[in-house]
Design a protein around this ligand. Structure first.
Ligand code: AMP
Ligand code: MG
Length: 420
């Protein structure tokens, strides 16, 4: 299991900028160490536990990039045409046996290993072969080495093709396969327990009394965590009752690497998570200088990290994406924890408070010049679920900004990028 040192999330009461909070997490989170070997075919989404170093060249042999004729460049004329004798044939998987001498060519197909003697390849469209296939007329002007793929031009023996901490994408599996990899060493899958709290929170399908709401957050968080390749245990909705929460946390801490919840972490008297976690470990409220989303609770149940996100759904999602997600990725051994941020022009005006990072839910539309622009979702509250469903991502406004004008460039994080 992922092991934390005692009370490693202790913080102070200051309002903390997001970057500082992420740096602190990066220092304190200890990634999973256990590894396993998995067949390449089932390694998509897993995190590499060691570098993959190539023991082969790719391509393994010099070969042709086109269907055509392989020739000796030295034979070719400065101008006009030349007739060459076709002495053999090389197809993919069926190399030629002859080697090319003066005035000779070999018919070759894409991917076929190139024969001895040849160094440049004509595309067949640029040549005229005789009816009987024994002669070919080629033009002047072929570049030396044209259409000739060299062994090792993609990967050479000794290259690190994929590094430890890489989350394997389909194209990475293809790359690993190209050097003959059958199995890869990956970190074991993380296990997360997720629950919701609140006496007003109900499971869809149940009746709603006055004041009740359906649990939306668990569906959001579960999906987001599963997208990280984490095995999720769904603990359901726990009542606002300290002993019940404590008991569930205690059990979950025995066989999970992280425990995640939403709601019940403000500091009101109706919030029962704090005493439950504290009975089993420690809990700290990190006052992140962000909107939406303050506060986020971080603690440990025994040695297992505990993250308490805000109850309001949009706040829960945003703080998950920008705070809990990097933490889980780091626990999983993933070397890339920051999302890709792109710059787009804003189509909206926005006033904000200095000193905090703010996320505005937005969609990308194309302006009259074909350029992407960020359009703000019309309703903004931290509880507005339709804003997270109806947007393409988040415009992230820096701490120092106070006023945004249409046409200003802004940072944008696509929900796609973060599996949302
Ligand atoms: P809390 O953090 O418990 O004070 O909750 C803040 C707001 O979020 C309240 O309006 C709650 O009803 C709402 N909320 C809490 N948990 C959930 C949930 N699982 N799904 C949807 N809304 C929730
Ligand atoms: Mg509550």
């Amino acid at each position: 299991m992922v092991q934390l040192t005692d009370d490693c999330f202790r913080g102070d009461e200051r309002l903390m900028p997001l970057d500082e909070a992420l740096d602190l997490l990066a220092e304190r989170i200890v990634p999973v160490v256990e590894q396993e070997s998995v067949p390449l075919v089932s390694a998509a989404g897993r995190v590499l536990a060691e570098d993959i170093v190539s023991t082969r060249n790719v391509p393994p042999h010099d070969n042709s990039a086109v269907d055509g004729y392989v020739v000796r460049h030295a034979d070719l004329p400065e101008s006009g045409e030349l007739e060459l004798e076709i002495i053999d044939r090389a197809a993919a998987g069926h190399p030629a046996t002859a080697s090319i001498g003066a005035g000779q060519a070999i018919r070759i197909f894409t991917g076929a290993a190139t024969p001895e003697g040849g160094d440049s390849i004509f595309m067949q469209e640029d040549t005229q072969a005789s009816e009987d296939g024994t002669k070919v007329i080629v033009p002047a002007g072929l570049k030396s080495g044209a259409n000739y793929r060299k062994a090792g031009e993609d990967i050479s023996v000794g290259d690190v093709i994929l590094s430890k901490g890489r989350r394997l994408r389909p194209q990475d599996l293809g790359l690993a396969a190209s050097i003959g990899t059958e199995t890869v060493q990956v970190f074991r899958q993380l296990r997360a327990a997720i629950f919701s709290t609140g006496d007003e929170v109900r499971e869809p399908g149940q009746p709603l009394a006055v004041g009740d709401i359906y649990d939306a957050n668990r569906f959001i968080l579960r999906g987001l965590v599963e997208k990280l390749g984490v095995a999720v245990t769904d603990l359901g909705i726990l009542p606002d009752d300290e002993p019940t929460i404590r008991d569930a946390l205690d059990r979950a801490s025995r066989d999970h690497d992280v425990i995640l919840t939403s709601g019940g972490v403000s500091v009101g008297e109706e919030d029962h998570i704090k005493p439950a976690v504290e009975a089993l470990g420690s809990l700290h409220f990190w006052r992140l200088a962000v909107k939406p989303g303050r506060p986020v609770a971080l603690g440990q149940v025994g040695k297992v990290p505990f993250v308490g996100l805000p109850g309001n759904p949009a706040a829960a999602m945003v703080t998950f994406l920008r705070f809990a997600r990097p933490m889980i990725l780091q626990l999983a051994g993933d070397a890339k924890t920051a999302p890709l941020i792109v710059r787009v022009a804003s189509a909206f005006k926005h006033k904000k408070k200095e000193g905090r990072r703010e996320w505005v839910r937005a969609s990308i539309l194309t302006d009259n010049n074909g350029m992407p622009t960020a359009q703000k979702f019309p309703r903004e509250g931290a509880g507005v679920l339709s804003s997270i469903s109806g947007s393409d991502g988040l415009v992230e406004l820096p701490e120092e900004m106070t006023q945004l004008e249409p046409g200003d460039m802004v940072d944008f994080i696509s929900f796609n990028e973060v599996g949302a």
